[in-house]
Design a protein around this ligand. Structure first.
Ligand SMILES: Cc1cc2nc3c(=O)[nH]c(=O)nc-3n(C[C@H](O)[C@H](O)[C@H](O)COP(=O)(O)O)c2cc1C
Length: 326
């Protein structure tokens, strides 16, 4: 396929735009080797969660009188979780030639600075921040989460030289200005969007339960809308589209919207690693049929800058669609 699929995301050179998203798909070196063999363009390793290195051990702590042993247990857990993760980075880097992106799921900045540096030393090509916090306090400042994103990105970027990528949630009042400020804070790229844990309710047992673990292909609409708007307004920011990308047509749509790469997860869980080669085959056939010789030739062709004011366009579509419905 030569240079047909080559792309650059967040300063990384990818032989094709398919990145395997952070998940249980990428938590061992053997799985990562198989994903590379299956044709992935890059991998995001399973996240290390802030709780794993800060409060994971709290559940095991002994109440009351043993502060020293508690300190020891906390230190032991932190060291072990971190060293296991660093080993996963090192081993995957040794085994694979494609870019390897480490991932941390965090909600504060302080505990990550040293760790981010260690991730860099272990050889990760980039670091993806999956910042997740539910701000539920009544007195909390509106847009606190966006400010948290910017603060963490800035601090982590001060600690590392490798590209820092921010995997964003989709619930922000001003996503475009947030991406702009993340870029100014040092983010080399953004992932639009993360898909968080989906809660549900079991009405027979009257308890909270887990909703759908995997996305559906219908979830791609927000991904396309915001990829198109952000890439139109901020062409200098590199975007990996994510959530709801289940087939090769979705990859085409994301690139037309302005993405440099895509992240996939659910479809690989559901269809196996073979889906990667199938997607690439169909993408190639489509590109040949459309006479495109590179992704750059059609990247952003349908983004907000190319189609005009998306907000106006979407309002007109909205009115047309809903105003005359019985
Ligand atoms: C089983 C499972 C585990 C996941 N673990 C992580 C994780 O550790 N870190 C992370 O950033 N995202 C995690 N995700 C989210 C995925 O990386 C991805 O963003 C999300 O599934 C949306 O992509 P998709 O529509 O292709 O599934 C996980 C998703 C699944 C289904």
């Amino acid at each position: 396929m030569g240079t047909l699929f080559e792309t650059k995301f967040a300063g990384l050179n990818l032989s094709n735009p398919i990145i395997i998203a952070s998940s249980g798909l990428t938590d061992t070196v053997d799985k990562n080797k198989e994903l590379e063999k299956a044709g992935a363009g890059a991998l995001v390793l399973k996240s290390l969660f802030e709780e794993q290195i800060s409060t994971n051990a709290a559940a095991l702590l002994i109440d009351g009188d043993y502060p020293e042993s508690n300190d020891y247990i906390l230190h032991y857990f932190k060291t072990n979780e971190v060293s296991n993760y660093l080993k996963l980075i090192q081993d995957t880097k040794e085994a694979c030639r494609i870019p390897v992106i480490a991932s941390v799921n965090c909600y504060r900045d302080d505990s990550w600075i040293e760790f981010a540096h260690q991730i860099e030393m272990a050889g990760a090509d980039a670091l993806e921040l999956n910042i997740f916090a539910l701000n539920t306090g009544l007195e909390e400042e509106i847009d606190l989460l966006g400010k948290t994103y910017i603060r963490i990105t800035k601090k982590i970027k001060e600690a590392v030289h490798i590209p820092v990528i921010v995997k964003m949630g989709k619930y922000f009042s001003h996503p475009v200005s947030l991406v702009d400020q993340l870029h100014s804070a040092g983010a080399a790229g953004v992932v639009l969007f993360n898909r968080f844990y989906q809660p549900d309710i079991d009405i027979n047992h009257l308890q909270m339960t887990s909703g759908h673990v995997f996305s559906s292909h219908t979830e791609i609409s927000d991904t396309l809308r915001w990829t198109s708007i952000v890439s139109g307004k901020l062409p200098q920011v590199s975007i990996a589209a994510a959530t709801g990308i289940h087939d090769w047509e979705s990859i085409v749509k994301c690139i037309l919207s302005g993405a440099s790469a895509v992240q996939i997860c659910s479809t690989v869980y559901q269809n196996g690693n073979e889906i990667i080669a199938q997607m690439k085959r169909s993408l190639e056939e489509w590109m040949v049929s459309m006479n495109f010789h590179s992704l750059d030739e059609f990247r952003g062709k349908l983004n907000q800058a190319s189609i005009g004011d998306a907000s106006l366009y979407e309002r007109i579509q909205f009115v047309r669609y809903f105003a005359n419905r019985d």
